[in-house]
Write a protein that binds this ligand. Structure first.
Ligand code: 5GP
Length: 114
């Protein structure tokens, strides 16, 4: 059993504002939102980083993306636009080593990121 904070959220050991859940993924609001909408979509399977995604995970990772898009539509930000981000390892800014897709929107994004 992993001790990442996200594993504890999956196991419902710590609370989170869950917006979607099925047998494969969980989506909940980020505790430190970077926009009016900031939802994290995570797989229930433990995958530490993007580097650990293998061919067997293609359906799962695709499901993470379609889940994020569905939530963007439900949040009313799909037409104006949003950002989907998966940070990898220290230089990518990853802090929690259980892969997650950030869905951020509801404000104008800048590019390039810092
Ligand atoms: P990373 O930097 O790994 O890509 O993103 C981790 C994200 O998880 C951050 O945006 C951070 O605010 C969020 N986060 C960390 N701990 C918690 C928590 O306990 N609950 C929730 N809802 N989000 C968290």
């Amino acid at each position: 059993m992993s001790d990442t904070i996200f594993a504890k959220i999956i196991r419902k050991e710590i609370p989170a504002e869950i917006v979607y859940e099925d047998e494969q993924v969980l989506a909940f609001r980020d505790i430190n939102p970077q926009g009016p909408t900031h939802v994290l979509v995570i797989p229930k399977e433990e995958i530490a980083t993007a580097n650990d995604i293998i061919g067997d995970h293609e359906q799962l990772v695709g499901h993470m993306v379609t889940t994020a898009v569905q939530i963007a539509k439900e949040e009313g930000i799909a037409d104006d636009g949003y950002r989907l981000v998966m940070n990898c390892n220290p230089e990518g800014g990853q802090e929690v080593y259980h892969i997650h897709l950030h869905l951020i929107g509801g404000r104008q994004m800048e590019w390039p990121p810092g």
